[in-house]
Design a binder for this molecule. Structure first.
Ligand SMILES: *Cc1c(COP(=O)(O)O)cnc(C)c1O
Length: 368
């Protein structure tokens, strides 16, 4: 029995001395926020690294989601997934929108294009899918549904940092994509987020929205919000970028280890996305099937008893939460796949500093 606690993730921290060097720069130039030099440098560096045309940094992913819905002036009903973090849907409520839940695909665990199409009404104006675990949604199927019905598509890409789809960034799909740089994510700025868009006018609109609605020194044209990223957060982002390739390849190694070690265990299903060469391995989800000797919750507790803290992402479903469960679309009969997955899902620890001996221990607890 080990006394060390192992959580589902651990933030990657660059060498402290390198962070101090950035702090000295901030102290010297006395610019702490408001589109400062480090903010500008990080936007340019992320544009290059991610392979996107425009990116607007934010103080967190939730404010970025709220601003993305504002930027496209979404109204009425939004079709979305119950299988996500609650911010995906809370951001719609903050825009006075009506979330409509549709079911997910059993393999990708992302919104299925067919269930989206079946949920469209005269009031639908947008689709808000999530690239869950960094696994790409059916972007072509969703684009086709959106085109046929004249809907906007905003991707919650909080898990999808650095994911390619075909020959380009997954973030190039949809009208907008929203990233989170929270401490628990693959790439973090303590707290942070961003909106990826495809043209300069939209980028300008988003930049105004996140700065109270100012368009110049004295002119405010709309009720914007304060969504600005500070220089300290931007400095952390620049440092993360120095190390992110290494962090992603270590995540890949861990995923490959789990894929092989768990493959032969009866009753454990390795989620397909873990095997994708495009995955950023942000998470390591498995399904605990009914014929596994323990229930999912019993396995979760057994790991916890050995100080290994997996997470049941995503359980409960957003549609089961008190503020959403009375919506007609939240009825379990409308979301059978999401309910089945939420009952079986368990995310195992994965982060660059996770040691081989701990990985062995996790696998042997699951195997016995
Ligand atoms: C983390 C996360 C968010 C929220 O991002 P914050 O930066 O924590 O506000 C939104 N959606 C999903 C799917 C997330 O995982």
């Amino acid at each position: 029995m080990s006394s060390k606690n192992i959580y589902v993730t651990q933030p990657f921290l660059p060498p402290l001395t390198e962070f101090v060097t950035y702090l000295e720069k901030i102290w010297a130039n006395k610019i702490l926020t408001n589109n400062g030099p480090l903010h500008q440098e990080l936007e340019a560096a992320l544009r290059d690294f991610l392979g996107v045309d425009h990116i607007a940094l934010f103080n967190n992913g939730t404010i970025a989601l709220i601003a993305a819905l504002q930027a496209l002036e979404i109204t009425g009903e939004v079709i979305t997934t119950p299988y996500s973090f609650v911010a995906t849907v809370n951001s719609q409520i903050w825009n006075h929108l009506q979330p409509v839940f549709a079911d997910i695909d059993p393999v990708t665990m992302n919104l299925s294009a067919a269930s989206v199409e079946a949920a469209i009404t005269a009031r639908t104006t947008a689709i808000l899918p999530v690239h869950c675990y960094g696994t790409a949604c059916d972007v072509d199927g969703i684009a086709e549904v959106a085109r046929r019905h004249g809907l906007k598509v905003i991707y919650d890409a909080a898990h999808a940092f650095g994911v390619q789809h075909g020959d380009r960034s997954l973030l190039q799909y949809g009208d907008l994509s929203v990233l989170s740089f929270h401490a628990t994510k693959v790439f973090n700025t303590f707290e942070g987020g961003a909106i990826v868009c495809h043209d300069a006018a939209t980028k300008q609109r988003i930049d105004n929205l996140k700065n109270f609605g100012f368009v110049d020194e004295t002119t405010v044209v709309e009720s914007g919000i304060n969504g600005k990223m500070s220089e300290v957060n931007a400095a952390m982002g620049l440092l993360q970028l120095r190390y992110v390739e290494g962090a992603l390849s270590r995540r890949r190694e861990i995923a490959l280890f789990y894929n092989e070690a768990l493959a032969g265990i009866d009753g454990i299903t390795v989620v397909e996305g873990n095997r994708s060469v495009h995955s950023n391995n942000a998470y390591y989800p498995i399904l605990v099937e009914d014929h596994y000797p323990l229930s999912r919750d019993a396995l979760y507790e057994k790991l916890k008893a050995d100080n290994i803290f997996g997470r049941r992402y995503f359980y409960p479903l957003i549609s089961e939460m008190p503020m959403y469960r009375n919506l007609p679309s939240a009825a379990p009969g409308n979301l059978p796949v999401a309910h089945q997955v939420a009952r079986k899902i368990l995310c195992l620890p994965i982060y660059p500093a996770l040691e081989a001996a701990d990985l062995q221990r996790i696998v042997s607890i699951i195997a016995h």
